[in-house]
Design a protein around this ligand. Structure first.
Ligand code: ADE
Length: 256
């Protein structure tokens, strides 16, 4: 059974970016996930197919009305129920939501499906959010012109966690963040590029040494670039090996 993703959006074509290209495109073709869009404009009951109106209380911008969105959500829920899913979560992409992180992506990737609600304009009528939305998610502290790009970011992250999506099943487990650390550096041919060499250890063939070097680079990079993640990861302390590797990294960093 594919991961069922129903998206409520005024711009369904935008989602071709993930259904037709790259890893997510392949997952779609291989029925690892299925993406269906619902356009709220198709659920309007007025001749102009209007989906927004002025905000009560005045001010700039328009607000999406609750009714077309609610009917679109109900259609999406009905479809998922017919396919055997119960109580699919409705997620609203918004800068006011909980900030997306790897843990949330993992949690969502374990669900059988999702309904994603994409807003445009100033936002959507608060009553719809209160009554229909289970979770509000943000992809970062900045404002996009709509929820579509955020929904695509979320779907992409979820899909790569689903077994069978990536060529090498270990690949997702080795991404940055999976163990709370940033990824180590990567190199490929040629061995020498414009005078810079690939670290010798990587061509040594000694897998124990390579593992240690990679762990050291992950530790060092996280310590350097993301002290916040580093604190979180080692709040309960480090192993002896981690301590030694980090000390070595710090020494070589100082003498650079
Ligand atoms: N819609 C507009 N801005 C957004 C953001 N930062 N995250 C999620 N959805 C959004």
């Amino acid at each position: 059974m594919p991961f069922l993703c129903d998206v409520i959006t005024l711009f369904p074509e935008m989602f071709n970016a993930i259904t037709q290209y790259g890893i997510t495109g392949k997952a779609c073709k291989n029925a690892i996930f299925q993406l269906i869009t619902w356009n709220p404009r198709d659920f309007t009951h007025n001749n102009h197919r209007t989906i927004d109106d002025n905000p009560y209380g005045g001010g700039p911008g328009m607000v999406m009305m609750a009714q077309p969105l609610e009917e679109a959500i109900i259609q999406a829920q009905t479809r998922q129920i017919k396919l055997g899913l119960k109580n699919t979560k409705v997620l609203y992409l918004s800068p006011q939501g909980k900030r997306l992180d790897h843990e949330t992506v993992k949690m969502l990737s374990n669900l059988p499906g999702l309904i994603l609600l994409c807003g445009r304009y100033k936002g959507i009528d608060e009553r719809l959010i209160i009554n229909q939305v289970d979770m509000e998610l943000s992809i970062g502290d900045y404002v996009l012109s709509g929820g579509e790009l955020a929904a695509m970011v979320l779907i992409d992250c979820i899909i790569r966690q689903i077994p069978g999506t990536l060529g090498d099943p270990e690949s997702a487990n080795q991404d940055s963040f999976t163990n709370g650390l940033l990824d180590h550096p990567h190199y490929t041919r040629p061995e020498q590029y414009k005078g810079d060499y690939v670290p010798e250890i990587l061509i040594s063939g000694n897998h124990a040494h390579i593992r240690r070097w990679r762990l050291q680079q992950s530790l060092g990079r996280t310590w350097l670039k993301r002290p916040d993640l580093f604190e979180l990861k080692f709040a309960q302390g480090m192993t002896r090996e981690e301590e030694i590797l980090l000390e070595e990294f710090k020494e070589s960093y100082k003498s650079r």
